[in-house]
Design a protein around this ligand. Structure first.
Ligand code: SF4
Length: 364
């Protein structure tokens, strides 16, 4: 989610120290378990693909595709974990997972109506990294990086450092949340909040849990999809043990993203008692067919994840080639309602800056 300079950065995390504090109070923490967990996902993140040539070689595409992608990435670099690449179809330049991460020449063509901050979030900062758009809820930008750079991301140009997404900014934002007794729910977003390592995430959770007027904690993360190893049993247990009701909203756009490793990450969260929802973006060439959307919803339901939102694309610079027009979106959604049981149909929504909630284009 995504000018000036900063955007979901290429993240090369430091490998962890030997201990972690993401322990659940009163439960034993076997020595070294936390460090091993951290080592695994941080190592995988450090090994993510950052070069178009490498990505194209891995999926069997010609050098010409890699060259075009390299030239098209502009200030939003290619970044994708190897596990996600492994779910792509070999030799298929139109693979729906590949299209989400491979820079395209069309990104460089200016399109009227497409802007750097399509949701006008930079004008809605109540404190550093704290976006307040909706009643009783606040969005805390807890991290300025992601494990994947999605080419359609509405925050692809978001100036995280200027917006105060930092340790110091986080302290000010949490103080602002504590001072606003109208708030009931905090949404951790980013970037990707699960890129915070266990120590830092635990510190944020403890501070939020100590604020009496909060009742719910929502985490928006694509890590369970692109780097499911981040969802350790320790993480799931810690979230479930919170005094705040925990909800995790994952982000999958296509059924092929949900392989056995992702399903296992969902199981860990489900088994711990964390509620799971999914949000998707309707993307041309990726999931703009009835078959694709129905398969995604059914795969999610079979993994005990509720399809929540299907977003119409936010008009961010560089993403116009992903747009599906509203009429086609409604047509697909109506067909989805006929095809699936009601509980499997996400709400079709658009976010309109200044509106007090998401706008339902077509209800479930
Ligand atoms: S993971 Fe989310 S915030 Fe990060 S680039 Fe993708 S859509 Fe944007």
């Amino acid at each position: 989610m995504q000018s000036v300079a900063a955007r979901p950065k290429t993240v090369k995390p430091a490998l962890p120290a030997s201990t972690s504090t993401l322990a659940v109070q009163g439960q034993p923490d076997p020595a070294g378990a936390a460090a091993a967990d951290d080592l695994s996902w941080k190592q995988l993140l450090a090994e993510a693909v950052r070069d178009a040539g490498d990505l194209c070689r891995m999926v069997g595409l010609p050098e010409a595709v890699a060259k075009a992608a390299s030239e098209a990435q502009g200030g939003f670099p290619l970044l994708v974990p190897r596990g996600f690449v492994g779910r792509m179809e070999q030799g298929n330049p139109l693979d729906p997972l590949l299209l989400q991460v491979l820079p395209q020449p069309a990104e460089q063509e200016p399109q009227p109506g497409y802007v750097a901050d399509p949701l006008a979030e930079q004008g809605r900062l109540a404190a550093p990294g704290l976006v307040q758009k909706y009643e009783k809820r606040a969005l805390l930008l807890a991290a300025g990086g992601c494990a994947v750079n999605c080419r359609y991301c509405f925050r692809r140009s978001f100036p995280y450092s200027e917006a105060g997404v930092s340790q110091a900014g986080l302290r000010q934002a949490i103080a602002a949340i504590a001072a606003d007794v109208s708030l009931e729910e905090v949404i951790l977003s980013g970037g990707d909040p699960l890129l915070l390592d266990d120590d830092r995430l635990s510190a944020v959770l403890e501070q939020l849990e100590s604020i009496p007027h909060l009742t719910r904690l929502r985490i928006h993360s694509r890590l369970p999809i692109v780097l499911p190893e981040r969802v350790t049993e320790r993480l799931a247990t810690r979230l479930a043990a919170s005094r705040l009701t925990p909800l995790v909203v994952v982000h999958a756009n296509h059924a092929a993203e949900i392989d056995a490793s992702v399903a296992a990450a969902f199981r860990r969260l489900n088994a711990a008692g964390v509620m799971l929802l999914n949000q998707s973006v309707l993307l041309a060439g990726v999931n703009d067919s009835l078959e694709s959307l129905a398969a995604l919803s059914l795969r999610l339901i079979d993994c005990r994840v509720m399809p929540y939102y299907l977003h119409l694309l936010d008009r961010v610079t560089g993403a116009a080639h992903f747009a599906v027009d509203d009429a086609r979106g409604v047509e697909l959604h109506e067909a989805l309602k006929r095809r699936l049981p009601g509980y499997a149909v996400p709400r079709l929504v658009r976010e309109i800056p200044g509106e007090p909630s998401k706008t339902w284009i077509s209800g479930a």
